[in-house]
Design a protein. Structure first.
Length: 511
């Protein structure tokens, strides 16, 4: 609580100059740092790796030295705090909101269906696109419509696995696989039996039913490293934040029931008034004093289960498709992101007079229009595709070469006209603990941001935000932690962005 001198000052003055150490330079830590430094606090960010971004970051390809992302990261329109963070740090122009998604039908019916909102209000805005999907029979489309209605109306008195809920909804095996699983595995990276009803409902309601914008996908047009380096770091430094990479913290130091400082791996110590611990959940216990590590809030983190996500990076000597991205039905490959086309868009963004519409997929002929940016999109007339496989539990039984060969053959089946294209190189990156599994009851295992120690906040997608493990969840946690730090200084402000408002028709139908 503020001391007597502080009580005489305005809240804003109390916030100025207080020292905060943020441990972890992932999105949660950066969001907390951004919120606090822009409100006058003296912030130091300590990140153990050589680059920022944590699980949403770039790596340097060992063979070529090229900068590629560990995995394509996308945000939906319902991710309002993530969007606010991008605006706050001036990087929103490095993401492009897609006005269309492209669904590729199952093997044998590999037709591409463009999925876009009609002019109807939510929840009917996507209905016409959905009705165009030829791989569902009319009966299956009816099943899905009834299932969505039941899900939106479900009062959520009890939580159970989504599979258990579906079993009571007369949804055929094909519908479960080609619709419910298709959407949820990409959003939550788990199989239907390992997803809670509550988290599944959030994806469909917030993303597809309640508002017209929730489903729209934003994709970075540059490697994530560029987002952190050129914009986010610069914005933080402008507010005086001290960002240190290769600065791993060994442990937090406690004195008289408060955190007094951190000890770095090089043995040095840094003291501060407030601390935000924004490392992955499985590291929290190792960094806390023994008496804190056994606290039930911390001990519960051992019970959070995790799911792997794999991304397969493929470089071809010629373009396979003009589509910027595509979602596959009934294949090992789930999402394809065409880094060459997505990378081109940032070049063309710099050409306001270009005749090419920014929201149209570029044709192969457009390749000569502008030089490709450095990084993922760069190649000599070829293309770089990233294919994401979420909930990749079963991939451990396959070799990297087998996964690459399978994905390559699926892409050639979808775009047979590209049979002459030569696969120059393939690389698979698997994040084994990519996200926590949204099992029933998972939210009870997630601690709130205010730790049992007054001047220590937890931040990370694993903290209690109401969101699954996403960039939105991470940013929200950082903002909630920042709100607590400010409140402790006597400065009350809501930093977390409001959710999208629910459309009137949605409220009439489902409230
Ligand atoms: C492959 C993959 C694909 C994903 N796809 C999407 C997607 O498309 N959309 C989406 O919204 N979300 C996606 N996610 C989830 C999203 O990346 C995470 O939810 C989010 O980035 C988590 O951020 P965080 O800050 O909570 O944690 P982290 O990103 O894990 O950050 C923690 C940071 O702490 C640092 N650290 C650890 N130990 C120490 C120490 N001792 N001292 C100092 N620093 C330390 C780490 O190096 C790291 O930078 C994906 C995740 C993965 C792995």
């Amino acid at each position: 609580m503020p001391n007597s001198a502080e009580e005489n000052s305005s809240p804003r003055q109390i916030a100025v100059g207080r020292r905060v150490v943020v441990i972890g330079g992932g999105l949660a830590g950066l969001a907390a740092a951004s919120a606090l430094s822009s409100r006058g606090m003296s912030v130091t960010v300590l990140e153990s790796r050589p680059r920022l971004g944590g699980r949403a970051s770039s790596i340097t390809d060992r063979d070529t030295g090229e900068t590629i992302d560990n995995c394509q990261h996308v945000a939906m329109g319902c991710c309002t705090s993530f969007r606010a963070f991008c605006e706050e740090t001036g990087c929103e122009d490095l993401f492009q909101t897609q006005q269309e998604l492209y669904f590729v039908g199952p093997p044998g019916q590999a037709k591409v269906v463009r999925f876009a909102a009609s002019s109807l209000p939510a929840p009917l805005h996507l209905a016409s696109s959905f009705l165009k999907m030829p791989w569902f029979t009319l009966g299956e489309k009816m099943q899905i419509a009834f299932g969505l209605r039941a899900l939106a109306k479900d009062a959520m008195k009890t939580d159970c696995s989504f599979q258990e809920w579906l079993d009571g909804q007369r949804q055929s095996e094909t519908v479960q696989r080609r619709f419910w699983h298709l959407v949820l595995v990409s959003a939550l990276s788990e199989s239907l039996d390992r997803i809670s009803l509550r988290h599944a409902r959030k994806v469909f309601v917030d993303g597809f039913l309640a508002s017209r914008e929730g489903w729209q996908v934003s994709i970075p047009t540059v490697p994530l490293d560029d987002v952190y380096e050129s914009r986010i770091s610069a914005a933080l430094r402008k507010h005086g934040a001290d960002i240190r990479v290769k600065a791993g913290v060994r442990r937090l130091l406690i004195h008289d029931g408060r955190i007094s400082g951190v000890e770095l791996r090089d043995g040095s110590e840094i003291s501060a008034d407030e601390f935000v611990l924004a490392v992955p959940h499985y590291l929290v216990k190792t960094m806390l004093p023994d008496e804190m590590a056994i606290h039930p809030d911390v001990a519960a983190l051992d019970r959070l289960e995790t799911a792997p996500i794999a991304s397969v990076h493929l470089w071809y000597d010629q373009p396979l498709t003009d589509l910027p991205h595509a979602t596959f039905v009934d294949r090992l490959s789930q999402w394809m992101f065409n880094r060459t086309v997505l990378g081109r868009r940032v070049c063309l963004d710099a050409q306001p007079d270009s005749a090419v519409r920014q929201d149209a997929p570029y044709s192969v002929a457009d390749r000569s229009m502008a030089p490709l940016p450095k990084g993922e999109g760069e190649n000599d007339g070829g293309c770089c595709l990233q294919v994401v496989i979420s909930a990749a539990h079963d991939l451990s039984a396959m070799s990297e070469d087998d996964v690459i060969a399978k994905v390559d053959s699926e892409l050639r089946e979808v775009w047979p006209e590209s049979c002459d294209a030569k696969l120059i190189r393939g690389r698979m990156i698997t994040e084994h603990r990519a996200v926590f599994s949204p099992l029933p009851g998972v939210d009870e295992l997630r601690p709130v941001q205010q730790s049992p120690i007054p001047n220590l906040q937890f931040a990370g997608d694993w903290t209690r935000t109401g969101w699954p493990a996403t960039m939105e969840g991470a940013v929200r946690s950082g903002y909630l932690a920042a709100e607590n730090v400010l409140r402790r200084g006597g400065f009350c402000e809501s930093i977390v962005a409001a959710e999208l408002s629910k459309a009137r028709l949605y409220r009439i139908l489902f409230s």
